[in-house]
Each structure stands twice: as structure tokens, then as C-alpha cells.
Design a binder for this molecule. Structure first.
Ligand SMILES: [Zn+2]
Length: 299
């Protein structure tokens, strides 16, 4: 279990803590998308944040995060589910943003004027939809603000991705701490002090600390126990059938135009870059199926 999340709760049941290591899955995603250093840090933080948030879901539930703002990265999309699977992409993978005080400027790449949208599929007819304005564009603060503002759960989030000078990811991970009612002021004070004094997530990971170690540091003086340990991994859910549905959603005219212009179609999955090819016969088959669908609908 190389990439995993640990979830703990205080014995008084009023503080929930999650911490994870995601170095391998972030590396894999960044290789797949050919991201620049700043885009790698942004995508890695969002993937890690999404994986932590999905760890709070029940079996079979999933969620999507969308960061969209006025920065040159344009957007970050992440999807994650309760099984530990996560996938994502950014709008402009080769974004080039100057360093800020010697550090990768994720907030500068994302932009500050924009929104974080969280969509949850918790198995009901309607999707749950929460939207907040971005606080900093640095991802962790925005997710914490989302929880506090939209779900009314006071939360602290730390996310980190260490990008080596040659672009390799040598550490990625994060934590999510939530206080639950009845809130205990002295416990909250302890947590705030602890979190403020804590070295960055990547520094912890690079010095050999595990997610369990990070939680031990954060929960010092607060008795707690481990609830669960869960593997996290990069996985796309695309398939030829899903891509066919995307083509069908374009409408008959667009497909007919494709047949006339190129005689074929190529569709790339935005999440994993898999290329799906449709030849003339396959496109004509789709067109025919669509004809049948609308004829049936008319009856
Ligand atoms: Zn895919």
C-alpha cells in the first residue's frame, strides 16, 4: 500500500483527522499530463484534496471538484470516489508562472477570482452541489473554506507537493482536520496552535514521516484512535461506451459533419489521455442508432 489515507477520531468523538501520502499517484498523473512544475503542484494538491474529501464519503459515493478562476491554469478538475480511486486534469498543463519568493506559485497559476465547485453523487436522484468563492487559489485553504462555509464543518486542510528541479515529484500528501459538535474550545485551541507550528506536509514526508506520524503530531494531547486505513490510487473510469455517449450528445448533425469532413473521429479522454478512434462505419452505426432512438421517442 504505497499511497494511502488514515482516518482517526478523538476518543471524545469531536475531532476527525485524515492524513495521506499520494506521491506515486500524483507522479503518475503529472507524467500522464506532461505538467509543468507549477501545474504539477496544482494538480497534485487538488488530487490529494479530492482523495481526502472522498475518504469522508460512504460506500459507492463519489465527488467532483472544479477550481475555475482567472489565472493562466484556467481550471482544475478532480474526481474521486469512496473506493480510493482518483483522477484529474488541469486546463493548461504547460502553464509557465514565475516563482514567488522562491516557491512554485500555485495561487498565481490558479488565480484568485473564481470559484470552487463541489459536486457530490451520494446515490440520490439529485446531485449535491456546493459552490464557494476561492479564498487564495492555493487549493488547501479553498477546500477548508468550502467545508467551513458550505457544509458548516470547521476544517483545516494542509496539502503539499514537492517538485524536484527536474520535474520529478518526490513527495505529495496532506491532511484534513474537522471539529465536530459539541465543539470544545480548549481542543480547538490546541489544534490551531499545533497546526500553526507544524512544518509543511512535504517536509514531514521527505523526512520519512508517515500519515500516521503526521496525525500523531497534530493530535498530541488529544486521545484518539484509528478508524480506517485505505489505499488511494489513480484510476480513470472512461470507456469506449462512455465516449460513444459523448459523441451522441453532440447530435446527429455534428456526427454527419465529421463523417463528411474527415470520415473518422478521434476523441481523447481529458482525464487519462486515452485516445479513442472511430472509423466511418462506426460513426455511421452511431448515427443509425440515434435515428432509432429519436424515432422511438416520436411514437
Ligand atoms: Zn480516461
Amino acid at each position: 500500500m504505497k499511497n494511502y489515507m488514515v482516518r482517526v477520531i478523538s476518543n471524545a468523538l469531536n475531532v476527525l483527522g485524515l492524513a495521506c501520502v499520494t506521491t506515486d499517484l500524483v507522479s503518475e498523473a503529472c507524467r500522464l499530463h506532461g505538467t509543468s512544475a507549477t501545474a504539477s503542484a496544482a494538480l497534485g494538491r487538488a488530487l490529494t484534496g479530492g482523495a481526502l474529501m472522498a475518504s469522508l464519503l460512504k460506500d459507492g459515493q463519489r465527488l467532483a471538484l472544479k477550481f475555475e478562476a482567472d489565472g493562466p491554469l484556467k481550471k482544475i478538475i478532480v474526481e474521486a470516489d469512496s473506493s480510493g480511486a482518483v483522477r484529474g486534469f488541469v486546463g493548461v498543463p504547460d502553464v509557465d508562472v514565475p516563482l514567488k519568493e522562491g516557491k512554485l506559485d500555485v495561487a498565481g497559476a490558479v488565480g484568485r477570482n473564481g470559484f470552487l465547485t463541489v459536486i457530490k453523487d451520494i446515490g440520490l436522484k439529485e446531485l449535491y452541489n456546493g459552490i464557494v468563492q476561492l479564498r487564495t487559489g492555493a487549493i488547501a485553504e479553498d477546500i477548508a473554506f468550502y467545508f467551513t462555509e458550505s457544509e458548516q464543518i470547521p476544517s483545516a486542510v494542509g496539502l503539499g507537493v514537492f517538485v524536484e528541479p527536474m520535474g520529478d515529484i518526490s513527495a505529495a500528501g496532506g491532511f484534513l482536520i474537522q471539529t465536530l459538535p459539541p465543539s470544545d474550545e480548549s481542543v480547538v485551541d490546541k489544534l490551531v496552535t499545533r497546526l500553526e507550528g507544524m512544518p509543511p506536509v512535504t517536509q514531514n514526508l521527505r523526512s520519512g514521516k508517515t500519515p500516521e506520524d503526521m496525525l500523531e503530531i497534530i493530535f498530541e494531547g488529544i486521545p484518539y484512535h484509528i478508524l480506517e486505513k485505505r489505499e488511494l490510487f489513480l484510476k480513470c473510469t472512461c470507456s469506449r461506451e462512455r465516449i460513444e455517449r459523448v459523441l451522441i450528445s453532440l447530435g446527429k448533425k455534428d456526427i454527419a459533419d465529421m463523417i463528411a469532413a474527415q470520415g473518422e473521429a478521434e476523441v481523447d479522454c481529458e482525464f487519462c489521455r486515452t485516445r479513442y478512434h472511430f472509423n466511418r462505419a462506426e460513426l455511421e452505426q452511431l448515427l443509425q442508432e440515434m435515428g432509432e432512438v429519436s424515432e422511438n421517442g416520436d411514437r
